[in-house]
Write a protein that binds this ligand. Structure first.
Ligand SMILES: C[C@@H](O)[C@H](N)C(=O)O
Ligand SMILES: C[C@@H](O)[C@H](N)C(=O)O
Lengths: 162, 162
C-alpha cells in the first residue's frame, strides 16, 4: 500500500556510546574514530547534531560484543579531547526503514515518526539518508516499535541482530 | 586505490534548521515532521543525537528554495512544542561519501574525518548509514572538503546541487 518503504528492520545486539561536550573544532571526530578504527572497532551509526557554545556531542553505536573495548577507547579519547563526559547505554535497539521511494516524499518520515509516537515509543536518536531512516530507541520498546512500523507501512519485519 | 568508497558528493543548495531544546518525549519528532510534510517540504537529512535533561535538539536540512517556508513551519512547531530556540543556517553544504565497501571497515569513517581535519574543515553535523557518510560543513569549506575527500579516496567528485 505504500511502496515508498520496502523494508523495516531491527537490530538489538547494539549499544550506544556518546562523547559529551567535546570541542567543536577540526580534528575532533577524526581523533575519536581513528582511535576506534585502530582497534578494529566497527562502528554502525555515527550521529552528531547541533553544536552549542563551541562544544558538541558525538554519538555512535557498536555491537554489544565490542562495547567493553569501545567504551575504554572512548573514555581515553574523551580525556585526550578534554571532553565533559561519556554516555553508555546497552539497552538500545536500532530501528530502520528503507526504501528507494522515500526520496522526495516528505510524508514517509512523518509517517515513520507518527507510527512510533502512536506506539508511545520515545526516539532517542535519528539519522537519515535519502533512502533510509534509522533511529535508536530503548531496547524494551524495540518490538513494539517494529510492530508499529510494520503496520504503518504494511510490511514484513526483518530481524537482523547483526 | 580504496574500493570501499565509490563516490564523494557535495550539495550546496541547502540550509540547516534546528529546533533546540524540545521535549525528549514520544510524539515530538512526529509533530515537527508532520507539519513539514503537510506543506510538502522535502527534508533531506534529519539528525538527532543525545538528549540532556529530558530535552533534545532536532536538526534537518532542506533546499534553499524551501528555507523560507520551512523556517516558518519550524518556528510554529517550536512554539507548539514549547522548545527553547531555533537555529537557521543557509551557509552550509552537505558532503557525503558512499560505498558498499564501507560496511565492516571502520577505517573508512576514520579516513573521511581525517581528510576533513587535515583540510581544517570543521564538521558541523554527522549522519551515517552502513554505506554512506554524510556531514554538514560550512559552505565556504565545501569545495576544500570535497577536494580533500577526492584526494583521500582517489575519486572524482560529483556536484549535486540538488
Ligand atoms: C565535533 C567534531 O565533529 C568537530 N566539529 C570536528 O570537526 O571534528
Ligand atoms: C526529541 C524527539 O525525537 C522525541 N524523543 C520523540 O520521540 O519524538
Amino acid at each position: 500500500d505504500n511502496p515508498s518503504v520496502t523494508a523495516v528492520a531491527m537490530a538489538k545486539n547494539i549499544a550506544k556510546i556518546g562523547l559529551v561536550g567535546v570541542p567543536d573544532a577540526p580534528g575532533v571526530a577524526a581523533h575519536l574514530f581513528s582511535r576506534l578504527s585502530a582497534r578494529s572497532i566497527d562502528v554502525d551509526l555515527v550521529i552528531q547534531s547541533l553544536s552549542h557554545e563551541k562544544l558538541n556531542d558525538i554519538a555512535f553505536t557498536v555491537s554489544t560484543e565490542d562495547l567493553l573495548q569501545a567504551e575504554r577507547i572512548a573514555r581515553e579519547a574523551l580525556v585526550e579531547l578534554k571532553g565533559q563526559g561519556l554516555v553508555v547505554d546497552q539497552m538500545v535497539a536500532k530501528i530502520a526503514a528503507v526504501g528507494s521511494g522515500m526520496l522526495g516524499r516528505p510524508g514517509v518520515a512523518a509517517r515513520f515518526f507518527q507510527a512510533l509516537a502512536e506506539a508511545d515509543v520515545n526516539i532517542q536518536m535519528i539519522g537519515t539518508s535519502e533512502i533510509k531512516i534509522s533511529c535508536i530507541v530503548s531496547r524494551q520498546d524495540a518490538e513494539r516499535a517494529l510492530g508499529a512500523l510494520h503496520q504503518a507501512f504494511g510490511l514484513a519485519a526483518v530481524h537482523s541482530d547483526e
